[in-house]
Design a protein around this ligand. Structure first.
Ligand SMILES: Cc1ncc(COP(=O)(O)O)c(C=O)c1O
Length: 398
């Protein structure tokens, strides 16, 4: 029996003692089941956020619970000074199922991107070409909040108070081949792109664009990095989002869903890039520990099952179809892949998200005008029907 949670007490303590970087709705999440979360007062919410594209298997998944229990019975932490079977096994599965030859583990998405910057800079350093340190990113990109990743997240609100950031970062227009061609030169160490932009509004890179980036990177000896922190690991209905385009990168960064809700990140690299990294070049105390890698292996193998990915494709298609049926003058466009869907509005998303709480829906924005749907990947068509019914009512009352 869990002791009753006092909502007012939690909100007061948070207001008094937690750094106020998040604007939270006035309820306390207490438990979850499947794709439904319950607050401390017992109100139910269908979860279209999943911890921002993290909780791929939903809440209380029996297989995940068992995997966590088994992992907890073994070693929790040892340090990367030593081998563990769990880390080696996860790296083996990740490389067997991707373009990559080697993996470096991290604790989060932003750390994976920081590491990828270092990998690319290390390869550029070995090339001996003077001034080859520049990074290219794209309009509306989001690569994280730490200084290197933030430097490639071109949003004034996020960047301005923290200047100066990394120098030598160029911003090209997303899906604009001419703009990318201009930005990528012999001075470019790496090009970072999300195959499907998340925070920036659910925008998929076209296969032509990724193909052109591949070509320009090869031409100028630059490392092509796909940030699949949000769109990777089954979210789009393929294990990796870039499979839709069929263009491989040199490095791919992962995080969010990889351990089903526990913190992990990964940098996947080809041998060509990884061979530039030597003992002492990079490190992390916690990353890739035996507990987390054991859980992540379970999650990855579940998601990689063909039937699981087919389910994501099928519910994702149904979600788009049903959202398109909503007849509202406020809706501009429905777009996305798999269970990474955006609804662009002619109005701000915030009031609709807020109204959602009263109708038992958790939703999140992606930029000012886009509602983002990134539910647990185990969501069903029946949940889509409930969403559409409630959202139709909210939009009609706007
Ligand atoms: C594409 C992408 N990259 C990087 C990050 C940063 O990941 P984290 O919050 O784990 O540092 C995010 C987080 O939203 C993301 O969506």
């Amino acid at each position: 029996m869990i002791a009753a949670i006092n909502t007012n007490w939690v909100m007061e303590q948070d207001a008094a003692h937690v750094v106020q970087t998040y604007k939270r709705p006035p309820f306390v999440l207490a438990r979850g089941e499947g794709v439904t979360l319950y607050d401390a007062e017992g109100n139910a919410y269908i979860d279209w956020v999943a911890g921002i594209a993290v909780n791929a298997l939903g809440y209380g998944d029996p297989g995940l619970t068992t995997a966590i229990q088994r992992a907890a019975e073994g070693l929790l932490h040892t340090s990367n000074l030593y081998y563990t079977e769990q880390q080696a096994a996860l790296a083996t599965v990740l490389t067997e199922r991707s373009f990559a030859d080697r993996v470096f583990f991290t604790n989060s998405g932003t750390e994976a991107n920081e590491g990828a910057i270092k990998f690319a800079r290390r390869a550029a350093y070995d090339s001996g070409e003077p001034g080859k340190h520049e990074l290219v990113c794209f309009s509306d990109a989001f690569h994280g909040r730490t200084m290197g990743s933030l430097s490639m997240t071109p949003k004034e609100k996020y960047q301005k108070p923290f200047m100066p950031l990394l120098s030598g970062v160029k911003i090209a227009a997303f899906n604009d081949i001419a703009s990318a061609r201009e930005a990528i030169t012999d001075k470019t160490a790496a090009v970072f792109i999300e195959p499907v932009q998340g925070e920036g509004g659910i925008n998929a890179a076209t296969p032509e664009f990724l193909g052109a980036l591949r070509e320009h990177c090869d031409q100028h000896g630059a490392v092509l990095v796909y940030d699949e922190v949000q769109c990777g690991v089954g979210r789009t209905g393929r294990l990796w989002a870039h499979e839709h385009a069929g263009v491989a990168p040199d490095i791919m960064t992962l995080a969010k869903p990889l351990a089903g809700g526990l913190p992990i990140g990964a940098i996947l690299a080809t041998e060509k890039i990884a061979s530039h990294l030597h003992a002492g070049d990079h490190g992390s105390t916690f990353a890739g520990g035996p507990f987390i890698t054991s859980v992540a292996r379970y999650v990855l193998e579940r998601i990689a099952e063909p039937a699981f990915l087919t389910h994501v494709q099928s519910v994702g298609e149904y979600l788009k179809e049903r959202l398109e049926e909503i007849n509202s003058p406020y809706i501009k466009e429905i777009r996305g892949r798999g269970l990474m869907v955006g609804m662009e509005l002619h109005v701000e998303a915030a009031p609709i998200i807020e109204a959602g709480y009263k109708h038992g829906l958790l939703m999140v924005n992606a930029g000012t005008n886009v509602i983002r749907f990134v539910p647990p990947l185990v969501v069903q068509n029946s949940h889509v029907d409930s969403l559409v019914e409630r959202l139709t009512g909210i939009l009609a009352a706007l």
